[in-house]
Design a protein around this ligand. Structure first.
Ligand code: ME8
Length: 649
């Protein structure tokens, strides 16, 4: 007899930049993928679940350099932290790929070679505006006022030889891919974004090599050039399976991927560049790319840099798991945010979800059911007797839940799948109120009915626990154990009536203790503050009165002479005319303005500061500047022509 080939399911997360500062937004993609991977495993499919880290590129190179360590010394601890986070959240990946892995690097070189040999990569001149201090090349359109958009300094026109990928050639095929396979990119709105924003205006060929960034994969056909990080990163989806290696059996088995799950900001790379590369390699494209929404804080994407602005919320996954457990964090991520859309994150929402769904609905059902079996039947599961009218709805909901969950998961809709399971849980709680077992227990003649009611409840709890297994990894096992079932129970044991009368049932203490939300929010706020003391001070700038402010004298001045302060790369010495007097002022702005630029500038000067000597030069005032988060400075100047000497209030 011919053996049936097992269905395969290949699912990937994006590979993460090892940046540290991990937050709950980072967990979103991966927890969803984990639930999908577990679900498909439980369907009996052979699953390969891939995640990893994206470790090359200029940012890492610079960060490591600024810390005086090698890129690997910089990255390794961050990768270890990320793996730890996945361990805490019970993420069941099959491979954790690092783009610095030897097999990946070798395969990326082969991919480049193949594209080069087929003529899809060609050498051309790349011209752009180069900012030397930033090591960045800009197009004319990207410049701000003709200067570097990052630091505002002068840029020079430079021509550099680079390798280009013929992306433009693939635009018609990508459009056709979307037309022929409306399932390819989801949700549907992302297709419109790609078509209208990128494909219709026309694709340019893509510059796929760098000579300035050396922390990357050297190109096999030109060792002065290094692979563009996105080509390196995207390739992980096939190199992880052994593509272009001696053993490509996994590739043969699992490719094309069933699903690339990615955040919406990187859809363009996955739905345009990646299929074009695969088309050029002559390989099949993934079956589906899903661009999910973001976790927001205060309407903005929760991100590493934004974290500073949102210190009032606890977003650290390690701390969240420590306080509430992996199940609660996973549940929130999978249940709260309507799939495909953005969703606001607050501690209050998380705690409300934990209390309402996990502690009240699920926790109560489990503890009441197991406690009543203990109390009325000595912990032995009673027999299921004759059904009564009220039983039918509960039983049919419990029996029908799997198909609904399956349908939701086929559409990748974990929130809907969980809502279906919790509808059964709620129905069971209602069933307790309707059947009032505590009243039945008072009447010996109702013992058989009481047994049936508790059997139905235990069975509904068992079915719910099995259905919850892809989503929660701790509670379902504990529930199944308390019902005397194997923790491994799967979708093949969902038929109602699976529990055997006579089974020993253990009373389960509350699996999700109820949280006092107000108390916990206060504790969390304290914790967040203690972790970011610098922010506490910044947020709490002392209030002053108008009289306090009036003590500062501010006047408009005109810089009439300016020179560098000797042996200082930070200080400029300005001669400032303020009305009828001139003053000597020293300011720390030499990195942002040349002496020539300063001459003739109208500035705002604090004129009643005590004079000081800086590097031996007298300073009789302070020129006001605005400063951004990166420490860039800009002079504060009157917006209209103003005589020097004018008061600033
Ligand atoms: O983009 N809400 O890596 P990454 C939801 N290395 N998801 C969020 C999020 C938020 N607030 N913040 C981050 C990269 N993410 C590239 C990928 S793949 C070949 C290369 C998600 O570390 C983000 O959307 O910036 C992405 O899916 C994942 O975290 C990794 O982001």
């Amino acid at each position: 007899m011919q053996s049936m080939k097992k269905k395969t399911y290949y699912i990937t997360t994006p590979i993460y930049y090892p940046s540290g500062n991990w937050h709950i937004g980072h967990c979103y993609t991966t927890v969803i993928c984990d639930a999908l991977a577990r679900f498909h495993k439980m369907l009996g499919e052979e699953v390969f679940f891939l995640t990893g880290t994206d470790e090359h590129g200029q940012k890492i190179e610079k960060e490591a350099k600024s810390r005086g360590v090698t890129p690997m010394q910089f990255i390794d601890p961050l990768v270890a932290e990320l793996k730890d986070m996945w361990r805490l959240l019970d993420v069941s990946y099959d491979r954790f790929i690092r783009t610095t892995d030897k097999d990946h690097v070798e395969a990326v070189q082969k991919i480049y070679q193949r594209l080069y040999d087929s003529g899809d990569i060609y050498k051309a001149e790349y011209s752009g505006w180069y900012c030397t201090p930033c090591e960045s090349m800009w197009t004319e359109a990207q410049l701000k006022g003709g200067k570097c958009p990052d630091c505002g300094r002068e840029v020079t026109l430079q021509k550099e030889e680079s390798y280009f990928f013929r992306l433009s050639k693939y635009a018609p095929r990508i459009l056709k891919l979307y037309e022929d396979n409306p399932e390819f990119l989801q949700p549907k709105s992302r297709i419109n974004e790609m078509v209208n924003n990128f494909l219709k205006p026309g694709l340019n060929d893509l510059c796929v090599s760098r000579t300035t960034v050396k922390w990357g994969v050297p190109l096999p056909f030109d060792k002065n050039h290094y692979a563009y990080v996105w080509i390196d990163a995207l390739s992980n989806y096939i190199t992880a399976l052994g593509y272009a290696s001696k053993d490509d059996s996994l590739y043969k088995k699992f490719w094309p991927a069933d699903l690339h799950m990615v955040g919406k900001e990187i859809v363009r790379f996955h739905a345009i560049i990646w299929p074009a590369i695969l088309m050029a390699l002559g390989e099949p494209v993934p079956k589906r790319v899903y661009g999910h929404g973001w976790l927001l804080i205060g309407g903005d994407k929760l991100s590493k840099s934004k974290q500073d602005a949102v210190k009032c919320e606890l977003t650290d996954p390690y701390e969240l798991v420590k306080r509430y457990g992996a199940d609660a964090v996973r549940y929130f991520l999978l249940r709260e945010i309507p799939f495909g859309s953005d969703g606001e994150y607050t501690n209050e929402k998380l705690l409300t979800r934990i209390n309402a769904d996990l502690a009240n609905d699920l926790g109560n059902l489990v503890s009441r059911t197991t406690a009543m079996i203990g109390q009325y039947f000595g912990g032995t599961l009673p027999k299921r007797g004759k059904a009564e009218g009220v039983d039918a709805e509960l039983v049919s909901m419990a029996e029908g839940a799997f198909e609904k969950v399956k349908s939701a998961m086929e559409r990748l809709n974990a929130p809907e799948a969980l809502a279906e399971i919790f509808a059964v849980v709620s129905r069971a709680n209602k069933y307790i109120d309707e059947t009032t077992p505590w009243i039945l227990a008072k009447d010996e003649s109702k013992k058989a009915r009481l047994g049936t009611v508790l059997y139905n409840l235990a069975e509904t709890v068992r079915i719910s626990a099995i259905l919850l297994k892809p989503f929660l990894t701790v509670a379902p096992k504990a529930i199944l154990k308390s019902l005397g079932c194997s923790e491994d129970a799967g979708f093949d044991s969902l038929a109602f009536g699976g529990l055997k009368a006579g089974t020993k049932i253990e009373k389960l203490p509350p699996i999700f203790p109820r949280i006092d939300i107000q108390k916990e929010l206060a504790a969390v706020a304290e914790l967040v503050k203690s972790k970011h003391p610098e922010k506490k001070e910044e947020n709490k700038v002392e209030e002053i009165t108008i009289d306090d402010f009036a003590k500062i004298e501010l006047k408009v001045g005109e810089v009439i002479a300016c020179e560098r302060v000797e042996k200082s790369d930070k200080l400029l010495h300005e001669t400032v005319k303020i009305g009828n007097e001139t003053r000597s002022v020293v300011s720390g702005i030499a990195k942002y303005y040349t002496p020539e630029e300063m001459i003739g500038k109208k500035v705002v000067v604090v004129t009643n500061l005590k004079p000081v000597k800086l590097r031996g030069v007298l300073s009789e005032g302070m020129i006001l500047c605005a400063e951004d988060k990166e420490g860039n400075l800009a002079l504060v100047t009157p917006e209209k022509a103003m005589e020097s000497g004018g008061q600033v209030r």
